[in-house]
Ligand binder design. Structure first.
Ligand code: ADP
Ligand code: MG
Length: 460
């Protein structure tokens, strides 16, 4: 296999050229093979996504040319033996501990079978790298508490919820790492982390292999069970039932459960009532949508970590534009950094707009001019039709200018396009509105706060 892998790499290298290869592909390693499936590993999600979307098909084709049995190439996050650093223990075996008197802690992505899996715990997801702000401080505090003192009744189960990309998985991994690093946990603590999806696959496989008893025993023997993205179990009745029993057995035995989902227990309709009730019995903490301030802090932290200098204007621009979630924000920054390293160009507002234009466009689509008009009209208590009417009374004209200003800020529409949507006004009128609102915001704090509030409402 490794000879074949070597040839695939060499061919790829000659196809894409040295620079591209070194930038994106050099860190690939062979994860393993399983029947007709080959796993290729990359050290970060960013690289994985990039390689998947830009070279995935080519890598598959080259593998098939080498070995016709290969049907699928799976590109994942992880480090193989060829990786640059030694891999984290991704097998369910106990992590070797330097001092034999210290408690052994088994960290496994599933702890249930002997196959190593590179989708275990992400090294980057620790409490230290988690940026805390208003929207996530409560969840952060609860996670920290469980990591420090697991098994406290008030915090068991710990239920973390929030929309995608807001840090649920990050906090769960942080808890697992912290428990692993805990020096004083008198009896050894075994932690099992897995996604609900994985839980289901393991369960189904156990049924198929007639090893459900072993499956149950294994799960019930852990001290801390963490299940990520529980909403996946909605509609999977048998798996849900099994999870419910495991859950009860563990809680009754005083073990710790940590669960994440995209909604609160009471909103997880489709999950059995008794399970929802029990899930809500411990501590329920939500991760709110990010604020501008949190987005700035996260960008600053990540830029500092990557040791690149990103002008504050660019950070602000990104924090204004990419509001959906932290994952996208991170992805955008990573792409900027990679681009600037690749072409040896400093990061400026112009390069940012150029490099990220597809992402920015996708985000623009989230807010339409009509929405802006509606929200602003509502806010100032004027009629929606006044957004395009010819009325010039101040109480109508000012909100209209605010709407134009926000349209310019939040969408990628040009000035003439915006003018057209506001009763066929000229682009110079829009330009005037934008600069007027801008200077008013500088001189009038209350007005500025008002506009910021509207912006935030539109962005969320
Ligand atoms: P979720 O599981 O809620 O969908 P993740 O935990 O996977 O989201 O987070 C998405 C990405 O954003 C990850 O790379 C994570 O490290 C990062 N991230 C999320 N919240 C924070 C935070 N508060 N500070 C730093 N990085 C964060
Ligand atoms: Mg997640």
């Amino acid at each position: 296999m490794s000879a074949e892998w070597g040839r695939v790499r060499t061919r790829l290298q000659s196809e894409v050229g040295e620079v591209e290869y070194r930038t994106w592909l050099r860190q690939m390693s062979l994860g393993g093979t399983d029947g007709d499936e080959v796993t290729v590993l990359l050290p970060t999600r960013f690289l994985r996504d990039w390689v998947r979307s830009h070279y995935g098909d080519r890598i598959s084709a080259l593998w098939q040319a080498e070995n016709c049995r290969v049907r699928r190439v799976d590109i994942r996050v992880g480090r193989g033996p060829e990786g640059l650093t030694t891999p984290v223990s991704t097998t369910p075996a106990a992590v070797p501990v330097a001092d034999a008197t210290e408690p052994a802690v088994a960290i496994a992505d599933d702890g249930l079978d002997g196959r190593g899996d590179s989708s275990g715990l992400d090294q980057r997801f620790t409490f230290e790298t988690f940026v805390v702000g208003k929207p996530n401080e409560f969840a952060f505090a609860c996670a920290g508490r469980v990591a420090d003192k697991p098994f406290s009744p008030g915090f068991n189960p710990l239920f973390l919820y929030g929309g995608v990309g807001l840090g649920k998985t990050h906090l769960m991994h942080a808890i697992a790492w912290k428990l692993q690093g805990a020096r004083r946990a008198a009896p050894p603590v075994s932690v099992t982390y897995m996604s609900a999806e994985k839980f289901m696959y393991k369960f189904i496989a156990a049924i198929r292999n007639q090893s459900t008893i072993e499956f149950k025993d294994n799960l019930r023997s852990v001290d801390v069970l963490m299940i990520d993205d529980l909403q996946f179990l909605i509609g999977k009745d048998n798996t849900q039932e099994e999870f419910f029993h495991t859950f009860n057995a563990l809680v009754d035995a005083g073990k710790q459960i940590v669960v994440s989902a995209d909604k609160s227990p009471s909103d997880l309709s489709g999950l059995e009532d008794r399970l929802r009730t029990r899930l809500g019995c411990g501590m329920v903490a939500d991760l709110h949508a990010t604020t501008f301030e949190l987005r700035i802090s996260i960008l600053e932290a990540k830029a500092a970590k990557a040791s690149v200098s990103v002008p504050p204007r660019v950070l602000e621009f990104l924090a204004h534009k990419i509001t959906s979630n932290i994952r996208e924000l991170e992805g955008a920054l990573n792409r900027l950094v990679a681009h600037s390293a690749l072409f040896q160009r400093p990061i400026t507002l112009e390069t940012t707009q150029e490099v990220l234009h597809d992402i920015l466009r996708a985000h623009d689509r989230r807010v339409t001019i009509e929405e802006i008009q509606r929200k602003v009209a509502e806010h100032y208590n004027i009629r929606l039709t006044d957004m395009s009417s010819a009325r010039r009374a101040r109480n109508v004209a000012r909100p209209r200018q605010v709407a134009m200003f926000l349209a310019k800020q939040l969408t990628s529409r040009s000035l003439p396009e915006i003018g057209r949507k506001f009763g066929n006004r000229d682009h110079t009128t829009v330009m005037h509105a934008v600069s007027r609102v801008g200077s008013l915001m500088e001189s009038d704090a209350a007005f500025s706060e008002d506009v910021e509030l509207l912006r935030r409402m539109l962005e969320s």
